[in-house]
Design a protein around this ligand. Structure first.
Ligand SMILES: Nc1ncnc2c1ncn2[C@@H]1O[C@H](COP(=O)(O)OP(=O)(O)O)[C@@H](O)[C@H]1O
Ligand SMILES: [Mg+2]
Length: 1110
């Protein structure tokens, strides 16, 4: 549920002065002070916002605050500038009413800040989107640009606006900003050439000098040092808290965002530089023959640089500073200028240059921010205009006069609009209008602006009058014409009542403004109103070759010479104020009245007299009175009912009917006197704050009662629910406890039962055990007794039997002995001669028979390589056993051989021969035993590639293989076909089969090979034979054993040849052409890997390294 809040909640003092009771100046100030001390800087007078400058940043402008105030009713929250901005924006958007926000107050009271706050609030709450954001950004960024050129440090304010500004922000029907128009009023241009003590020139000069790059300064012919420029005040060139250099960058950036071109910015800076240069031009007097003093420029360097900047001709400008041409009715009269006049001309040019540049800037910004769409739009105007200015000791001049006139006009419009608004509301609500007494300052406005006898009109008349015109003649005129005006005071006025008023000097006049009396010194009024720039100067400027300057001085165009005097400053201002006023009158006004709490720019200081003074001249008290003259307070029926419905039983807590009836019931019930309020159409109007406070007080009491009631009910409810909870918990706890106790008891009983049971069972068991044991023992005793008895019986029987057996044996032995004796006595004579030999032979025969039969059954297999043979049974048969083994083996071999065919026999013969040649001589041999000797490994005759070769070799090929021929130079091998026939050794190319060498076997002297596992062999040729010319062959083959065996076999078979020598050693000589080379075989180290490698070590040595374990 949304909580409806009100301005009246948590109020410090009163948030709306209309509710102040009693209403006196003291209570008014006290209320302001109280609120100010609590950081409440905003206070309302109805819909007017009073703003006190806090002179420090308060945390009340955060995005959260924006959200808080967004779309809330004006009186819903505590007073804030955002509430006013929101109200204005919403009635613009939703009710299609153009708005204006009028911000007034003294210099330094916070007007400019307030205007920025309003703009930033509106920017934050209005529509979003790329285009809209760009417009917002441009509108917001126009501020820094204008502030740089139009603001300055003054004694009152470090960032005082020295021009009036009115900005129209235009919105479309949705409330999205479309663009804006800025109007500027009366720049204080006298500041360009002279600043009061403790004040500065416009910010831009200092910003340019400290913030521009060296390069830019050089281009502008400037130096960074402020003290070099006459126009810049030195004593307060630095302002604490103001970073000119950083601000310069901000300004440039803002200009870019607003849409200034790079060359435009450059032109603007050139003009600023030109003004500084202009200030440095100085004049000296020079006497002329006619006795008149004429001025001359002291040092022309500055003039020259300035002319370069502006593109003017130096001589033209120089002349313009020395002469003045007056044109009248086709006549031209030139007069020379004296030094004072020259300085006047110089300053006038500087002021004009700067003020026109400023106006141009405003026009240029307007061009950028102007709304693009032509559709009808709504407007919100923000007016930030200089406030009422009163200098002490009558130091007020033309500027103050103009400014104060403007404020009079604003007050006028304020009175008109507030009263009108008030009246309109009463009419709208159907309430009877009662007339209100208030001071109307229309008389003062009339005193100043009346076309016939107004002060401004008098001044213009004086300025245009032929003859000598001085400020004094002007004062004289005032003294005559305004003498009777009740707000005009002057010492020499016809009205003699001021004759002895010494507070009124002779050269001054005093006006009783609505905000107080102001003493004006007439000095300079005429000049400033004339605002004269000699035509020679404007023409010189027009001639400048600089795009911007030309635009600024259109009157210098010689073609358009206008002899009429230009309108005076006063006239122009009056006109523009008039336009402004009529513009404001069409809009719905919203007021922010800024007040300065102290003169020291200090936070937390509230100077009562100062505030009182401002409150007086701003007419705040009157404002409150006007507001209260009718009804002090008004509120819509619904919020009113919502707020006070608890004060009456009928409306509390819910009222079913229309809100107005509810309020009526409420008021009747509360017995509020009928004259204290009126019922409007949509609002109730309460005449006196008293009544409102009565309602508020009642509400407060009622709220307290309600709070007590709520508290009471809540506490009761809380206690009850606590009690119920406790009760519930207690039952749960108790039930758990009982369960636990019962369980425990049950366990105990169960345990006791078990114990008793076990004791009984134990006792019973023991009893049974005892009985059983007794029984068992009885049985055992019986068994033992019977066993003993049987034992005794058995032993007795045994003894008897033994005795009997012994006796029988003894009888048998005795009988045998007796028989033996008898037989021996009978056969003694035969037995001794033959029995021994017969027994021996018989025994031997039996043994041999057994041996042979056993051997027959245990004979080994028929394989010749089976080495097994049964073990010998008797050592006396050793010789026979070995012989039988030999015979059996020979027989077995014979049987084996008899199976062989002729070829197989040849093969075995070859193998046998290989064994004879290599066994135990070459390490390669054992491996070759398993390999059959295939002979032809290549099937030369069947291979078509080698057809030519096989036809070249006419004999039968006994061996064909691929061997590696070792290159003599490097020991590398290249594959060759190796063919062996009965008569020749043939070497041929492996790929093509082309014949390489054909060596008759008769030419072979010997074959050399190593003792190791390698396949290297050398074919050595007989010295002097035909083949020996090329030298010996060093070859390597995987079938080395076969090749050499076959070579040896062929040579040994031929009857006509001597046997081929096979030389097996690890070092042999080979004849290579002329050289003998030693081939040496060494054991290679394992790091060389598993392959045989052959290297030529030197001329005489070829080293073959053979891996140890290949
Ligand atoms: N609402 C504010 N919060 C904080 N400081 C403020 C506020 N309003 C004004 N100031 C301070 O006061 C100074 C003067 O305000 P400014 O708006 O320039 O005065 P004015 O335009 O009325 O001459 C500002 O520079 C700022 O330091
Ligand atoms: Mg300002």
């Amino acid at each position: 549920m949304e909580v409806k809040t009100s301005l009246l909640d948590n109020m410090i003092g009163v948030g709306d002065m209309v509710l102040l009771e009693p209403l006196t100046e003291d209570s008014f100030l006290e209320n302001l002070k109280k609120r100010f001390d609590h950081n409440e800087i905003y206070t309302y007078i109805g819909s007017v916002v009073i703003s006190l400058n806090p002179y420090r940043s308060l945390p009340i402008y955060t995005p959260d605050k924006v959200e808080e105030y967004r779309n809330r009713n004006f009186y819903e929250l505590s007073p804030h500038i955002y509430a006013l901005a929101d109200e204005a924006y919403r009635s613009l958007r939703d009710q299609d009413k153009d708005q204006c926000i009028l911000i007034t107050g003294e210099s330094g009271a916070g007007k400019t800040e307030a205007s920025k706050l309003v703009m930033s609030y509106v920017a934050a709450v209005c529509g979003k989107g790329q285009e809209v954001n760009k417009v917002k950004e441009q509108l917001l960024q126009s501020n820094p640009v204008l502030e740089a050129f139009g603001n300055a440090k003054t004694v009152r304010n470090d960032n005082s606006s020295r021009f009036g500004k009115y900005m129209d922000i235009e919105f479309d029907f949705k409330g999205d900003p479309l663009g804006g128009v800025i109007s500027n009023y009366l720049l204080e241009k006298s500041r360009v050439v002279k600043q009061p003590r403790g004040e500065r020139n416009f910010h831009i000069f200092y910003q340019l000098l400290s913030g521009a790059s060296d390069d830019t300064l050089k281009k502008l012919k400037l130096e960074r040092d402020v003290s070099k420029y006459n126009y810049l005040s030195l004593d307060s060139a630095k302002v604490s808290g103001l970073d000119d250099a950083a601000n310069f960058r901000t300004v440039r950036n803002a200009m870019q965002i607003v849409g200034f071109m790079e060359d435009e910015m450059q032109s603007v800076l050139e003009l600023v530089a030109a003004v500084l240069k202009l200030g440095n031009i100085e004049f000296k007097p020079e006497s002329r023959c006619n006795g008149m003093d004429e001025s001359r420029i002291k040092d022309k360097n500055d003039l020259k640089e300035m002319c370069e900047l502006l593109g003017t001709e130096q001589s033209v400008l120089e002349r313009a500073f020395s002469y003045r041409t007056v044109e009248a009715k086709m006549e031209k009269v030139s007069t020379t200028l004296n030094v004072a006049q020259a300085y006047y001309a110089r300053d006038a040019l500087a002021k004009n240059l700067y003020s026109r540049l400023f106006s141009w800037l405003v026009t240029r910004i307007n061009e950028s921010i102007k709304a693009q769409a032509k559709t009808r739009h709504k407007v919100m105007g923000v007016l930030d205009i200089y406030g009422f200015e009163i200098f002490e000791e009558g130091d007020n001049s033309f500027e103050q006069f103009i400014i104060n006139y403007c404020n009079e006009k604003l007050q006028q419009i304020f009175i008109e609009l507030t009263l009108r608004e008030e009246q309109e509301e009463y009419v709208r609500e159907g309430i009877e209008w009662t007339n209100i007494e208030y001071f109307n300052n229309a008389v003062i406005c009339d005193l100043i602006e009346n076309n016939q006898n107004g002060i401004l009109a008098m001044l213009d008349e004086e300025c245009l009058r032929p003859g000598t015109v001085t400020d004094e003649t002007f004062l004289d005129k005032l003294n005559t014409i305004c003498a009777d005006h009740q707000h005009f005071e002057s010492r020499l006025c016809k009205n003699s009542k001021f004759l002895n008023d010494h507070s009124l000097p002779h050269n001054c006049f005093r006006i009783q403004h609505y905000a107080g009396k102001v003493l004006y010194r007439v000095e300079g009024f005429v000049d400033k109103n004339n605002d004269l720039l000699y035509r020679d100067l404007s023409q010189a400027m027009y001639k400048a070759n600089h795009s911007l300057i030309k635009q600024l001085f259109p009157e210098g165009n010689p073609v358009k010479v206008n002899l009429k005097r230009p309108p005076t400053a006063g006239f122009q201002f009056k006109a523009s104020v008039g336009t402004l006023m009529s513009n404001l009158q069409t809009k719905n006004p919203n007021y922010i009245r800024c007040i300065k709490p102290n003169d020291k720019k200090a936070s937390h200081v509230f100077n009562e007299s100062l505030v009182c003074h401002q409150a007086r001249y701003l007419g705040l008290m009157e404002n409150v009175r006007v507001r209260r003259a009718g009804y002090a307070f008004r509120q819509g029926y619904e919020p009113c009912l919502e707020r006070y419905k608890m004060l009456c039983k009928n409306t509390w807590p819910h009222w079913k009917g229309p809100a107005r009836q509810g309020v009526e019931v409420l008021m009747t019930d509360l017995q509020v006197p009928a004259e204290e309020f009126s019922y409007g159409r949509s609002k109730i109007f309460i005449r006196n704050p008293r009544t409102l406070f009565f309602l508020e007080e009642k509400r407060k009491q009622c709220l307290e009662d309600l709070a007590t009631l709520i508290q009471k009910i809540y506490r009761g409810w809380k206690c009850r629910s606590h009690f119920l909870l406790l009760k519930k918990s207690q039952i749960v706890v108790a039930s758990w406890y009982r369960r636990y106790a019962q369980q425990k008891k049950y366990q105990q009983v169960k345990h006791a039962t078990t114990v008793v049971q076990s004791y009984t069972r134990g006792w019973q068991a023991r009893k049974l055990l005892r009985e059983l044991k007794y029984q068992k023992k009885c049985e055992e005793a019986v068994t033992t007794i019977s066993a003993f008895w049987h034992g005794t019986q058995a032993r007795r029987e045994l003894r008897r039997l033994k005795e009997e057996a012994r006796r029988k044996h003894a009888v048998a032995v005795i009988w045998a002995f007796w028989q033996g004796l008898k037989v021996r006595r009978e056969y003694r004579k035969f037995f001794r001669a033959n029995a021994g030999k017969k027994i021996y032979n018989f025994t031997i025969q039996r043994i041999m028979q057994k041996y042979f039969l056993g051997l027959k059954s245990k004979l080994p297999s028929m394989s010749p390589i089976d080495k097994t043979w049964p073990a010998r049974p008797y050592s006396f048969l050793d010789g026979v056993h070995a012989e039988l083994r030999r015979i059996f083996h020979l027989w077995r071999c014979k049987k084996y051989r008899s199976q062989f065919t002729e070829e197989k026999k040849a093969v075995y013969e070859e193998k046998l021969e290989a064994s004879e040649l290599f066994k135990d001589k070459k390490a390669l041999y054992p491996n070759s035993v398993r390999q059959p000797f295939k002979g032809d490994y290549l099937e030369i005759s069947k291979n078509p590639k080698y057809q030519k070769l096989s036809s070249a070799v006419d004999e039968k090929i006994l061996l064909a293989d691929v061997v590696n021929k070792i290159n003599r130079a490097n020991g590398k091998g290249s594959p060759r076909l190796f063919l062996l026939t009965k008569k020749n050794v043939v070497l041929a190319d492996q790929k093509t089969g082309q014949l390489k060498a054909n060596v008759p076997l008769t030419d072979l002297a010997s074959v050399s090979t190593s003792t190791q596992t390698d396949g290297f062999f050398a074919l050595k040729l007989k010295e002097g034979s035909a083949s020996a010319i090329k030298g010996d062959f060093l070859l390597s083959s995987d079938h080395l054993i076969e090749i050499i065996t076959k070579l040896h076999r062929i040579s040994s078979m031929a009857a006509d040849r001597e046997k081929l020598n096979i030389d097996i050693s690890d070092e042999f000589l080979v004849q290579f052409k002329q050289d003998k080379v030693c081939v040496k075989f060494i054991h290679g180290s394992p790091k060389n890997g598993n392959s045989v490698s052959c290297k030529r070590k030197n001329n005489r040595l070829l080293e073959v390294s053979v891996p140890a374990s290949s």
